[in-house]
Design a protein around this ligand. Sequence first.
Ligand SMILES: [Zn+2]
Length: 342
Amino acid sequence: MMRAVVLNEEGGPEVLVIEDVDRPEPGPGEVRVRLKAASLNHLDIWIRKGMPSVTKPRVTGADGAGIINAVGEGIDEQRTGDNVLIDPAITCGKCRACTSGNTVACRQFHVLGEHRAGTHAEYVIVPVENVHITPVHLDDESAAALPLTFATSWRMLHTRAQLQPGERLLIWGASSGVGSAAIVLAKKMGAEIIAVSRSDYKLKICKVMGADHVINMSTDDVVKSVKEITGGEGVNVVFDHLGDAVYKNSLRMLAIGGRFVTCGATTGANPPAAITSLFWKQLSVLGSTMATKDDFASMVRFVRLHELMPRVDRVFDLEEIVDAHTYLEGAQQVGKVVINLS
Ligand SMILES: [Zn+2]
């Protein structure tokens, strides 16, 4: 048996329960990971509140890290004992999208904790191609904080926006999981970073993490501040997950040839298209969701090479899962909320 967070019904954090469930066995091509730590994403909140893709009961959790402790048929026994972090995106591996490397377009794109048993448990089963050796500079909690947000931000900045050294990058919601990952990654990519958030406390931390400039959108005029910071030139890339509330100003702040890259729309998904700005300023609007297998692997290489650290805001025990969800939903954190499973 194993302990796991199980979602039996939709609702508030209180619907999450710790249950003893059967310890899963790896099938052909799969490994079983004894999880040492897991982390929370907003995805876990949406799943808890109810998503049509989620059948119940469901063991929750997309992100995790730990040690391989059993392997299925066809997998080298030597992999047992490997310290790994988990790519939460599971694809069929056979369709044209998968064989061409564009795995985000797989029709059977599944996510741990959404379509199959997740990481908020003592053990999880994943295909062997979903585990990556944990960079040695990361402890269990940092490794578990990495996968979803770093892979998402990496694809947005590196693959989609193709951020270049010396370019100016504005990050909306910079204290969030993906926002804080973007600060860490973009700093090492050589960008000049403008972090935008709603609290001076959070912005102070963003600055420590590597933001060159910070703007409090509750108290400051963001467009005017960006004009001053950039000497009227604007920014080359805007990184967003807020949507409606910031889209129009984002286009105003972009320099000629600028890119607006988005992975979400938490304030609304239908801003005016502003097509005149798009063609007049030669702008690109780029959508991005999670990451391909290649994106994930190159993100891990980049993190290993530069010894990058995700910011762990707070660590909860598995038994405190209700408190952990409540804390994440309260949006007080800067970076990641982690679950200790060791
Ligand atoms: Zn596929």
